[in-house]
Write a protein that binds this ligand. Structure first.
Ligand SMILES: [Zn+2]
Length: 430
């Protein structure tokens, strides 16, 4: 067979085999229909206390690895996009921290947190947070060796790009990993930008701009959520994050293009870290340091505790609250039992990431336009509209909320519903 025909056949097989092709063919971008679960009695409860910081997670620069922009350009873009912080994770290096970049941006908005993206054997990736600036690790080693090294240095190991098209994570048996990128914008983009979808994404890009294209491909990251739910069903506590893998570079054909821009990536997906107090009150002195902002510590604590949710912010501003109380109350703050007093000292209320006793009332609140769906380790339990859901957790398990921006309801289907935000679980009866 002539080699050109073989190449054409190979390309055709690759395109036909990609999930994004069939999604495009089925018009999933436009419709994204949802079968509703049973509707519970809604109990509206407003969110209590605390602060929230929105971060652009998993970003690369040309200063330290293979991104398109310098650190200054990244921070300018983050400022324009209106995020509160950037988590820089250049490949296999903590040098930005050793070089004092966290201090340089301390006391500013956005501020900078330095992490690391470590390449393991086979080409898969680990995100490593909260590491010291002198941490060094040779890439390409066994995943378990990498996880152990991160833990030994006091860091937080998380699976990065679990469903990367080229190098998906397959070391799910490794122990010590504390979570994963349950949503990664690059993975979503690679799945959905293909020859077929370009036929209408390109005109959309020309007419409405790059952010409109990113909005169009906001789909539920089924595979990554399934991996997360599988771990949760095994009784493991696992942190879920929304990340970008932002390089501001995309390979189309043989050429690399500066797409999507840092700014639009930062507008598209962020992780919302929930803090015990309003952000402005979190300044703490660091021993021997220059007085680094307490927000960096607070963000690390929030992510470690799973006190966070992640969202497609480009679909609209969203504030999502998910908590557990022993019984419904008009004043949830008075029933706060959070063990660390995250929401009110000596409290009696659990928030996402926390434990709660069996029989707790789970309460989720979001925008009026949101449909909320409650899952227990991957199983759809209940759904409710108008941004308000409550449910008595009658079985042990990890309960989490997915919020959808609802278009219209046509019979049993929510037509045009877009996945909007995803909370970390509340662990009931664990
Ligand atoms: Zn990356």
């Amino acid at each position: 067979m002539a080699s050109s025909l073989r190449t054409k056949l190979r390309i055709a097989t690759t395109v036909l085999g990609a999930r994004g092709f069939w999604d495009a063919l089925a018009g999933r971008f436009l419709w994204q229909p949802l079968t509703p679960f049973a509707k519970p009695e809604g109990v509206a409860v407003s969110a209590a206390g605390g602060g929230c910081l929105r971060g652009a997670l998993h970003v690369h620069t040309c200063t330290y690895s293979d991104g398109a922009g310098t650190i200054e350009e990244v921070m300018e873009a983050a400022k324009a996009a209106g995020v509160d912080f950037v988590l820089l994770t250049d490949h296999n290096t903590m040098r930005p921290k050793a070089d004092g970049l966290e201090e340089r941006y301390a006391g500013q908005t956005p501020f900078l947190i330095v992490g690391d993206e470590i390449t393991v054997k086979g080409g898969a990736f680990l995100l490593a947070l909260d590491l010291p600036g002198d941490f060094e690790f040779a890439p390409g080693q066994d995943p378990q060796v990498a996880i152990d090294a991160i833990l030994a240095a006091g860091g937080l190991p998380l699976v990065s790009l679990p469903d990367d098209m080229k190098h998906p994570w397959d070391a799910w048996d490794a122990t010590g990993c504390e979570g994963l990128e349950a949503l990664n914008l690059s993975t979503v983009a690679r799945e959905h930008i293909n020859l077929l979808s370009l036929a209408w994404l390109l005109p959309l890009w020309k007419l409405k701009g790059e952010l409109a294209v990113l909005r169009a491909i906001c789909t539920r990251p089924d595979a990554s959520l399934a991996s997360w739910d599988r771990l949760l069903a095994q009784g493991k506590k696992q942190i879920g994050l929304g990340a970008l893998d932002a390089h501001a570079l995309m390979k189309i054909g043989k050429k690399k293009h500066p797409l999507p821009s840092y700014e639009n990536s930062f507008r598209a997906v962020t992780t919302h870290a929930l803090l015990p107090q309003p952000p402005g009150t979190l300044w703490v002195p660091i021993l021997g340091g220059e007085g680094r902002r307490g927000e960096i510590l607070a963000v690390h604590q929030a992510l470690r505790a799973g006190h966070c949710y992640f969202a497609y912010d480009c679909l609209g501003e969203i504030a999502l609250d998910f908590s557990a109380t022993l019984s419904p109350s008009p004043n949830p703050a008075s029933q706060d039992w959070h063990p660390e007093g995250t929401r009110g000292a000596g409290g009696r209320r659990a928030i996402m990431g926390d434990d709660a006793p069996l029989g707790s009332m789970l309460i989720a609140t979001g925008p009026e336009t949101a449909l909320l769906r409650l899952y227990r380790a991957g199983e759809g339990i209940v759904a409710a509209g108008k941004g308000s859901l409550s449910y008595v957790a009658d079985k042990p398990g990890a309960y989490r909320i997915e919020a959808y921006l609802v278009g219209a309801q046509r019979g049993p289907l929510f037509v045009g519903a877009r996945p909007w935000a995803f909370t970390n679980p509340i662990y009931v009866g664990s």
